[in-house]
Structure formats: structure tokens, C-alpha cells
Design a protein around this ligand. Structure first.
Ligand SMILES: C[S@@+](CC[C@H](N)C(=O)[O-])C[C@H]1O[C@@H](n2cnc3c(N)ncnc32)[C@H](O)[C@@H]1O
Length: 210
């Protein structure tokens, strides 16, 4: 969705990826058939910066994939902070675990393997920051599950809010585009949150609980 000139310029004038993140990205681009799902350099930097600004004690990530975004978000955790991340595919979870174990956040990242809908309901935590980045038809359900577990002034970031432009169509054909369009309408109507869409990569909804 973003002009490649703008993207290249923004990447050039942003801090480079640290070596472990670059390794996660290179490994994923080389070995994974769905590597486009990885947040990548610029969005990863935003997740890091956002987390650094919020200084969360508890982070929840729904959709670990190969671990890139969790490693970015973990950078902002408080001294006693923890990040819970959930992945339903065992292969991806194993890849992510390999990278988490080599990072300084080894003790701070708790990886759950299984269906996020079940696992979120079972987590006995209150969160300061939640990153929703799993199956698109699940977004409204994830929001509803997570919202009661979000502290006042806590944030939800939700990814792929443009869904490659399908969200702008009057009637998106694909089930993911349709689900995202519904999610965006659902979020926009709510008055108990502050919200804005960041025009980064495929669109990122930033939501604050009032
Ligand atoms: C877009 S990728 C996540 C990308 C990752 N956050 C990053 O930026 O590198 C979505 C991931 O969510 C996982 N997923 C999809 N549905 C899920 C569910 N119901 N529970 C847990 N994980 C799920 C997929 O297996 C996939 O690895």
C-alpha cells in the first residue's frame, strides 16, 4: 500500500535492525512460504518505539509466527515485565522459541502453543499493551476477549487493517478482507476507546482504553 520510494527512504533514515532481528527476518524470508506475514524492519521499529513509550509491565501478543514482533515489543518491558505470546502452529512456535532462547528476553517471553481464543480466556493477567496479529476473522472476538483484561489507558495495536486494500472496497470478496472491514467498523463505532489508524505497512489500528 505504501509508495516504495517512501518506504525505502523511511527505512534508510531509521535505526537498523539489531543482528538477532535481522537473523529472524533472513531465516523467515529464506525458509517460510508465508514470510510476508513478518512485521519487518519499519513496523518492527514502530512496535519497539511504541513499547518503549508505554513501558508495559504485561504485553500480550496474539500471533507469534517466527518471533520477530515479540522480540521488538519486549524491548519496552519494565524490569519486572513479561510478554505472553500465542502461536497455534507448532513449527512456527518452535522457530520462535529458538530465537527467544538466544535473546536477552529469554526469561521475559512466555510462549503459549495453541488456539489464542482458548488461551487468552485462561490467562490470569491484566495487560498494558496487546498486539493482535492472528487470523483476521478472529479480530472482533480477540478484541472482546482482551478488552476486560486491558488496564485503563492500556493499548491494543491491531495489524493489517487495510488488508492489502480490500478494506476500502464496498464489498470485499475474500473472508479476511470482509472480516477486517467489519472489525474497522466495530472499532470506529465504540466510544469507550481512543483510536487512530497508522498508515504504516498494511495499516495498524492504535487503540487506547479510556
Ligand atoms: C501475521 S502472522 C504473525 C506475524 C508476527 N506477529 C510478526 O510480526 O512477525 C499470524 C500468526 O498467527 C497465527 N495464528 C492464526 N490463528 C491463530 C489462533 N487462533 N491462535 C494462535 N495463533 C494463530 C498463525 O499461525 C501465524 O503464525
Amino acid at each position: 500500500m505504501i509508495n516504495p520510494l517512501v518506504q525505502d527512504y523511511a527505512e534508510k533514515f531509521s535505526s537498523p535492525e539489531d543482528p538477532l532481528l535481522k537473523e529472524v527476518a533472513d531465516f523467515t524470508y529464506k525458509n517460510h512460504s508465508e514470510s510476508q506475514m513478518l512485521s519487518g524492519h519499519l513496523q518492527g521499529k514502530f512496535l519497539e518505539m511504541g513499547s518503549m513509550m508505554i513501558r508495559p509491565r504485561r504485553i500480550l501478543e496474539i500471533g507469534t509466527f517466527t518471533g520477530y514482533s515479540a522480540l521488538c515489543l519486549a524491548k519496552g518491558l519494565t524490569e519486572d515485565g513479561l510478554l505472553h505470546t500465542i502461536e497455534r502452529r507448532e513449527n512456527d512456535a518452535a522457530t520462535a522459541k529458538g530465537f527467544f532462547d538466544r535473546s536477552v528476553y529469554k526469561e521475559k517471553i512466555i510462549l503459549h502453543i495453541g488456539d489464542a481464543k482458548k488461551i487468552v480466556s485462561e490467562l490470569d493477567e491484566m495487560f498494558d499493551l496487546v498486539f493482535i496479529d492472528a487470523d483476521k476473522p478472529g479480530y472482533i472476538e480477540y478484541f472482546n476477549l482482551v478488552f476486560p483484561k486491558l488496564n485503563k489507558n492500556g493499548f491494543i495495536f491491531a495489524d493489517n487493517i487495510f488488508f492489502h486494500g480490500e478494506a476500502f472496497e464496498a464489498e470485499p470478496k475474500g473472508k479476511n478482507g470482509k472480516a477486517i472491514k467489519e472489525f474497522n467498523g466495530f472499532i470506529n463505532k465504540r466510544t469507550d476507546i481512543e483510536k487512530m489508524i497508522l498508515t504504516l505497512r498494511d495499516g495498524l489500528y492504535l487503540i487506547r482504553k479510556k
